[in-house]
Design a protein around this ligand. Structure first.
Ligand code: DGL
Length: 253
């Protein structure tokens, strides 16, 4: 059984990709919506939440855990790996493929404040993207748009414009989605990017498909079967309202 967690429904954008490569697995998903957003919380707070959720998922039988949240990965994955006897798969803003893809030499990164200030992200940027210009912006209000189901239309476009315009104005042609909530806004992000720079070909990078492939490799290494005995299943859990999560699941997946 694969455990997946996020501060909310963002991790479902990762689950969506994992399910493509592991269609017959059994999943347990935890949405920590009562403590969402993680983006502005302290590192200690997020580590505390990540521990509690990990223990819950392990108790329910998770054999491997996907931290389907960039902010939680940046804050907590090192501690989790030291403390628990399961493998953890994390999320990181995909600056390496973005640096390879850019033609203008400018990469835009959208992520939470927690991710952008994390040592892990800063290290990666220095190692893999030293020869391009990286411009960053917090996706201000993006998590709230996704959680309220407001991913398209005027309000979503105006909110996305505020954070994306500075990146487009700086010349970015490659946009990294550094938060797992943001892929649910991809259509709006593309529309706004085109509006900002109609002549530019813009590439949007979501690391979830690469993370899904990496998960399969690690499961093979660990001897965890690719198929569950009973075929596909998912059990949903949350610190908030379970009916609300079920509704979001049916809408987003
Ligand atoms: N989905 C999360 C991420 O990937 C966190 C969003 C939030 O809770 O601020 O960073």
């Amino acid at each position: 059984m694969i455990g997946i967690f996020d501060s909310g429904t963002g991790g479902l954008s990762v689950f969506r990709e994992i399910r493509k490569v592991l269609p017959d697995q059994s999943y347990i998903y935890y949405s920590d919506i009562a403590h969402c957003p993680y983006g502005e919380k302290t590192r200690e707070y997020i580590i505390g939440r990540a521990r509690a959720i990990t223990e819950f998922l392990m108790e329910k039988g998770a054999e491997i855990i996907v931290v389907a949240c960039n902010t939680a990965t940046a804050a907590a994955i090192t501690a989790l790996r030291k403390e628990y006897p399961v493998r953890f798969i994390g999320m990181e803003p995909a600056v390496k493929p973005a640096a390879a893809a850019t033609e203008t030499g400018v990469v835009g990164v959208l992520a939470t404040a927690g991710t952008l200030r994390a040592e892990k992200y800063i290290d990666n940027r220095e190692r893999f993207a030293y020869d391009v210009r990286i411009v960053e912006h917090v996706g201000q209000g993006f998590v709230e748009l996704v959680e309220s189901g407001n991913t398209e239309g005027k309000e979503a476009e105006e909110t996305v414009m505020e954070s994306l315009k500075p990146l487009m104005d700086a010349g970015a042609d490659t946009i990294v989605l550094g938060c797992t909530h943001y892929p649910f806004l991809e259509k709006t992000i593309r529309k706004v990017a085109e509006e900002c720079a109609p002549e530019r070909k813009v590439t949007i990078i979501d690391p979830a498909p690469a993370v899904a492939r990496h998960l399969v490799e690690v499961m093979d290494e660990e001897g965890i079967g690719r198929c569950a005995a009973g075929g596909f299943s998912i059990s949903l859990h949350t610190s908030g309202d379970i009916n609300d999560l079920k509704l979001k699941y049916s809408r987003l997946i």
